[in-house]
Write a protein that binds this ligand. Structure first.
Ligand code: ADP
Ligand code: UDP
Length: 237
């Protein structure tokens, strides 16, 4: 597949057109940002890890009946994906309180929920990704009611699959962010990435953070944590 002009450069990935109008190539960078781009840095080797991890997890999700944009891993950093029109919503599932949830509601990090929660933010950097409910999303025509129902069903399905898988690896899935998109025929699929950049992953025994919080919070050992979480995954696929 020939790589054509760059369509977009985001904070963590570049997106290229290909010969096929329905397919794109995403290229994972080592660049890391946090707090809506205010904090910038590099996590050496992150792009390679996130590319591989996202692809392995998406292939697993496909097997479990959840459609994704994944087509083929092309190289260490590059993957062929189905082109989608991104639904501009960041969907977050939480199993345990952490991060912005703990701050917003004044609860300790680590509070385990009886059932997972879902929330959506408007994917809009200028506005700082404001939280919204599904009525707001429908009113702003970001998605239809039917699309939101599908997105919710897939999101909880992804959570069940990933939670069970990470458990086998000795890792607790605390929360994670997803993006969905529409194929040219309108089919909703899981897009973007699933990686330590977009998930909170804690060692089940020690509670050690094995994700981007090490970068956000200056905890040190960022590269080691990415390598460790990748090792856990590879041992169990
Ligand atoms: P950001 O835009 O938040 O800085 P990235 O650096 O990860 O994020 O850039 C990747 C961009 O590509 C994101 O805007 C994401 O929504 C978009 N994207 C992810 N998967 C697809 C896809 N299959 N088709 C089209 N766009 C996609
Ligand atoms: N997340 C993400 N991109 C964002 C915001 C959040 O990938 O723009 C992920 C984050 O890694 C975490 C989950 O979504 O796994 C919940 O994040 P939270 O709302 O707690 O925000 P944060 O504390 O990261 O600001």
């Amino acid at each position: 597949m020939t790589k054509r002009e760059q369509l977009y450069e985001g904070k963590a990935k570049k997106v290229f057109q290909t010969d096929d109008p329905e397919l794109l190539i995403v290229s994972y960078k080592d660049d890391a940002t946090a707090f809506n781009g205010l904090k910038k840095g590099t996590i050496s080797g992150k792009g390679v890890i996130n590319n591989r991890m996202s692809n392995l997890l998406m292939q697993r999700l496909e097997k479990a009946g959840i459609p994704t944009h994944f087509v083929e891993e092309l190289s260490e950093r590059e993957t062929l994906v189905k082109k989608v029109s991104i639904v501009p919503l960041e969907v977050i599932i939480r199993n345990i309180a952490a991060g912005s949830f703990s701050k917003r509601y004044g609860v300790e990090e680590g509070l385990v929920f009886d059932t997972p929660t879902i929330e959506v933010s408007y994917k809009n950097d200028e506005l700082g990704d404001p939280l919204m409910n599904e009525y707001h999303a429908i009113a702003l025509k970001l998605a239809t009611k039917e699309e939101i129902e599908t997105i919710k069903k897939y999101s909880f399905g992804v959570n069940e699959q990933l939670k069970a898988f990470w458990k086998e690896c000795g890792v607790t899935l605390v929360d994670f962010k997803m993006e969905f998109g529409r194929l040219s025929d309108g089919t909703i699929v899981l897009a973007d990435e699933i990686s330590p950049d977009t998930c909170r992953l804690w060692d089940s025994k020690t509670g050690e953070k094995l994700d981007k919080d090490r970068f956000r919070r200056d905890l040190g050992g960022v590269e080691d944590a990415y390598r460790e979480i990748m090792k856990r995954l590879v041992e169990h696929v």
